[in-house]
Design a protein around this ligand. Structure first.
Ligand SMILES: Nc1ncnc2c1ncn2[C@@H]1O[C@H](COP(=O)(O)OP(=O)(O)OP(=O)(O)O)[C@@H](O)[C@H]1O
Ligand SMILES: Cc1ncc(CO)c(N)n1
Length: 432
């Protein structure tokens, strides 16, 4: 199904048309991109805007209207001169209007006069998706609470003529409110950590995509909100913005990590008899993280099995809490580290690691502060941090000598699963 997207270009690649195209494509619909403005911006600032002439916008829309079956329109950044043309050309279509008035960095895209034109020409009949400051500008009302949000959403529909209004709580308490058909719908949410540049664009284009799929409005809003939450959680990297491709990328990363780890575990099993004496009493596990910080490991761990070794279960997401925490802590210091394995402690292995040129550090559980001990779950994180700080550079191997009821252990880290296998091979062959 086709979704017509009328929006601006963000040179920083975070918001605007690029985010919209990715969102609509990721959700399986066909984007028809129409450029309304060219902005010069980066994640820190908007430097300026070139408005695309209204006739050029009209011709872009006309080139696809009637050729594709347009199931929904998403309208993002505009300029005053374009409003009338867009209103004319999208008449009769389902319109999601994201009234982009100012950037998150404070650049004012629409003048008060432009806002008046938007209210008069385009808002009536549209599904409008303002954030709190935009809703305040559109209605002239102040918003301090969820009750205010509900009132303003109603005003947008009942007094300003919108088909529906979703006032987004990203600037308040992450609860969005939909007013539609005389009814109020609340969509609760919690703050998600991550980059938020482009959230408004992704939300409105996801909403348009879900409407294009035929979802009823409340269901489409719910889905769009959850999609944005994922796009924030799995954001990051160069763009310092939300990531509309999160679901696809996460799934790709998952199968790659799973496959890599399965292969590497297979290689370890081939070392069976040689590795057997180094398997920890509690079992050995082997963990691999994706770029998104999700960690795969062997369910039930790798155990001694007669003279050889055996993975108890399959490679799965979150199959090892201990190693996951160790790895994620290490990645806070050294994000290139993606894999870890635990082995039974032996002085011989440590000596051998040092001889091989691996950087070795340790932590002493007796030095663990009382408050960390009492919190219980923080021990691993504390241990990794103290070992990293002790060495002052990236450790490849971290060991501890145990404590009451705790088996001494060695952790071997690597950039990927193959590197771990290689390190284990070198360690055990040489320690014969
Ligand atoms: N940190 C966050 N955690 C969870 N949800 C968020 C967060 N920030 C925004 N949202 C949600 O993202 C959606 C977009 O809302 P937001 O108010 O951020 O839009 P916006 O201000 O128009 O975005 P932009 O920054 O692109 O202008 C809403 O569903 C909102 O609740
Ligand atoms: C092009 C464009 N559209 C929307 C926004 C709002 O995030 C932005 N900063 N840039």
């Amino acid at each position: 199904m086709a979704v017509l997207i009328i929006a601006g270009l963000d040179t920083g690649g975070g918001a605007g048309l690029k985010a919209d195209i990715e969102t609509v494509s990721a959700l399986g619909e066909h984007p028809l991109p129409v450029v309304s403005a060219i902005t010069y911006q980066n994640p820190d600032e908007v430097r300026g805007v070139f408005p695309v002439p209204p006739n050029t916008i009209r011709e872009q829309i006309r080139a696809v209207k009637g050729v594709f079956e347009i199931r929904a329109v998403k309208i993002g950044l505009l300029h005053g001169g374009a409003v009338k043309v867009i209103a004319e050309e999208t008449k009769g279509l389902i319109r999601v209007l994201d009234p982009v008035i100012a950037s998150s960095s404070g650049f004012r895209f629409l003048s008060p006069e432009d806002v008046e034109i938007l209210k008069r020409e385009l808002l009536p009949g549209s599904i409008v998706t303002p954030n709190v400051p935009e809703a305040e500008v559109l209605t002239g009302l102040k918003i301090n609470s969820i009750e205010d949000i509900k009132r303003v959403a109603r005003v947008l529909v009942e007094e300003l003529g919108a088909e529906a209004a979703i006032v987004k709580g990203g600037h308040l308490n992450f609860t969005d409110v939909l007013y539609w058909n005389g009814e109020v719908f609340k969509f609760s949410g919690e703050r998600v950590e991550g980059f938020t540049h482009g959230t408004g664009c992704v939300f409105s284009s996801a909403l348009a995509a879900f409407i294009a799929k035929g979802l009823e409005l409340p269901k489409a809003v719910e889905r769009a909100k959850r999609f944005v939450e994922g796009a924030i959680r799995f954001s990051g990297g160069e763009g310092e913005a939300v990531n509309p491709l999160w679901e696809l990328q996460r799934d790709t990363q998952r199968w790659m990590a799973k496959e890599d780890l399965e292969k590497a575990v297979g290689e370890l099993v081939k070392l069976g008899e040689l590795l057997n004496p180094h398997v920890a009493e509690v079992g050995t596990n082997f963990a691999l993280a994706t770029d998104f910080g999700e960690v795969f490991a062997v369910k039930g761990r790798i155990v001694r099995y007669g003279k050889t070794i055996k993975p108890v279960g399959p490679v799965e997401l979150n199959a090892s809490d201990h190693l996951r925490r160790a790895l994620l802590k290490m990645r806070e210091f050294y994000p290139e580290v993606r894999a870890v394995i635990n082995l039974r402690y032996s002085e011989k292995l440590i000596k051998r690691a040092e001889k091989l040129g691996l950087k070795v550090s340790f932590y002493d559980r007796r030095e663990e502060p009382e408050e960390v001990k009492r919190a219980e779950r923080g021990t691993m994180e504390w241990g990794i941090e103290s070992a990293v700080k002790r060495l002052g550079e990236k450790p490849n191997v971290i060991y501890h000598l145990g404590d009451w009821g705790k088996e001494p252990m060695i952790l071997v880290f690597g950039r990927n699963a193959e590197e771990i296998v290689e390190r284990i091979r070198n360690l055990i062959f040489a320690s014969q």
